[in-house]
Design a binder for this molecule. Structure first.
Ligand code: NAD
Ligand code: UGA
Length: 466
């Protein structure tokens, strides 16, 4: 007999907890799903018409299930107590200080969530790691839970990493390539795996639900992100060779991707990958390798991140060199600020690095992004490592409401995010409104360079000689 899950609690109402559990509520109307967070503003937003994250298709699902079998609340203890199964979906950022700073994952949120579960729970629970964590974190969670539990209750720990990508989260959750469930290889562990599998089986074909041991599951998440990011760094490394030789990176990616052993996905050259996870998870893997006394392995993965930094810097220096070696007081239109299209998330966005470098060079930048707020952009550009204060920043940076406004009187346009709307712009109109010579730097390879050249633009694209 497996445990039938009737109530789920999710700790962490973020980019993962929110969409993942909303989809569970949508597909399992017989299960009550309660998503909790310590951040009251975030919970209020989840309960409003204006959800805290932008994700195509998310509104519809949330508005449909909210108040029926989907709830958002800050009453963490109550939700823990009522649940049969608890997802831990809190943030696991890179540590900023102390041992492993700059590499290791900060597990403080995981630990405090685990302690809270142990303290509050009065009945047995299946506790599921949803957050991305270093290999063997489940062991620490189990030790904490067992050492602090009351009344002989049982905790079964599972690892169920999330593979959704932002911008396509709902589709990824509805039609996942696979669902991974790691558990202890004991009768109780198998039973817990089965209980979680039965939830996913409501909409995911059985053959896509993979069960493994706990440590394989934890490591597979870091490995999948490392392998994906490695492909991007590989194609970006090749883009530098293309620029120097006259080869075209899109053609190279297409030719290589047609080999079924390589495949076409994740071979789009760019100004560099961003997002909250690739860099964090690779650094986490680097740290793990070092801890395991595997310095060569650590160096191998570290290079994926180093190449990404190099790609961003390379793009900035190409822009400065092309603009006659100075961008002081030049007006630069930055199109896009999110780390990819179809999200308002800016975490580790390449646009942040570009803009900070432009500001350090005393350029005046005009930024347009369809989904990122002005407040968020100023927050991102005023990080601790910058040497200007917010007043100076506002003299250098203007946030505008359209690509046309950003481009008017600009010396150059820089495409930092691949929003579809940038492909549809009226470039004749933009050209007329710009200073001449009018430059476009396409950091996402989304524009028709030949057409732009025929209008009069000087076009520079990543991975092309010109
Ligand atoms: P997030 O920062 O958007 O959300 C985490 C939330 O957890 C925050 O709102 C925070 O207030 C809350 N929280 C922290 N401690 C808590 C506690 N004790 N009780 C209740 N709430 C608490 O983070 P995210 O992007 O959703 O990522 C969460 C995890 O999922 C990370 O480990 C990340 O690596 C992983 N992940 C993220 C993505 C993604 O696309 N963002 C995809 C796959 C996996
Ligand atoms: C990534 C993974 O794709 C998810 O499977 C994973 O669950 C998630 O990280 C996570 O663990 O957080 P995400 O970062 O949301 O998802 O988005 P991606 O589509 O992977 O894009 C990441 C970055 O790489 C973006 O900046 C994107 O523009 C860039 N990218 C992507 C490229 O430059 N080229 C490509 O071919 C693909």
């Amino acid at each position: 007999m497996t445990t039938q899950v009737k109530k789920i609690c999710c700790l962490g109402a973020g980019y993962v907890g929110g969409p993942t559990c909303a989809v569970i509520a949508h597909k399992c109307p017989h299960i009550q799903v309660t998503i909790v967070d310590l951040n009251e503003t975030r919970i209020n937003a989840w309960n409003s018409d204006n959800l805290p994250i932008y994700e195509p298709g998310l509104d519809k699902i949330v508005f449909d299930r909210r108040g029926k079998n989907l709830f958002f609340t800050t009453e963490v203890d109550k939700a823990i107590n009522e649940a049969d199964l608890i997802f831990v979906s809190v943030n696991t950022p890179t540590k900023k200080a102390g041992m492993g700073a700059g590499y290791a994952a900060d597990l403080a949120y995981i630990e405090s969530a685990t302690r809270q579960i142990a303290e509050v729970a009065r009945s047995s629970k299946i506790v599921v790691e949803k957050s991305t964590v270093p290999c063997r974190t489940a062991e620490s969670m189990r030790t904490i839970l067992e050492a602090n539990s009351h009344d002989d209750i049982r905790f079964d720990i599972l690892s169920n990493p999330e593979f959704l990508a932002e911008g396509t989260a709902i589709n990824d959750l509805l039609y996942p390539d696979r669902v991974l469930i790691g558990g202890l290889q004991t009768p109780e562990g198998f039973k817990a795996q089965q209980a979680l599998a039965e939830i996913y089986e409501q909409w995911v074909p059985k053959d896509k639900i993979i069960t493994t041991n706990l440590w394989s599951s934890e490591l597979s998440k870091l490995a999948a992100n490392a392998l994906l990011a490695q492909r991007i760094s590989s194609i970006n490394a090749l883009s530098a060779i293309c620029e120097a030789t006259g080869a075209d990176i899109d053609e190279v990616a297409y030719a290589c991707g047609r080999d079924s052993r390589i495949g076409p996905k994740f071979l789009k050259a760019s100004v560099g990958f961003g997002g909250s996870c690739f860099q964090k998870d690779i650094l986490n893997l680097v740290y793990l390798s070092e801890q395991l006394n595997l310095p060569e392995v650590a160096a191998y993965w570290k290079q994926v991140v180093d190449l990404n930094e190099y790609q961003k810097k390379r793009f900035v220096s190409r822009i400065i060199k092309t603009l006659f070696n100075t961008i002081t007081n030049k007006r630069i239109a930055v199109l896009g600020f999110a780390f990819k299209k179809d999200t308002g998330d800016t975490r580790e966005s390449a646009a942040i690095t570009l803009c900070k470098d432009f500001i350090q060079e005393n350029a005046r930048i005009y930024i347009y992004d369809p989904k990122v707020s002005e407040q968020q952009i100023f927050y991102d550009l005023s990080g601790p490592e910058v040497t200007y204060d917010i007043k100076d920043l506002k003299k250098r940076v203007t946030i505008v409401q359209s690509a046309y406004e950003a481009s008017a009187n600009a010396d150059a346009i820089v495409v930092a995010t691949e929003w579809d709307e940038f492909k549809e712009l009226d470039f004749e109109r933009i050209y007329k409104s710009m200073n001449k010579p009018a430059f476009i730097f396409d950091g996402r390879l989304i524009l028709d360079a030949e057409k732009l050249k025929s209008i009069g633009f000087r076009v520079h694209t990543i991975g092309r000689a010109n």
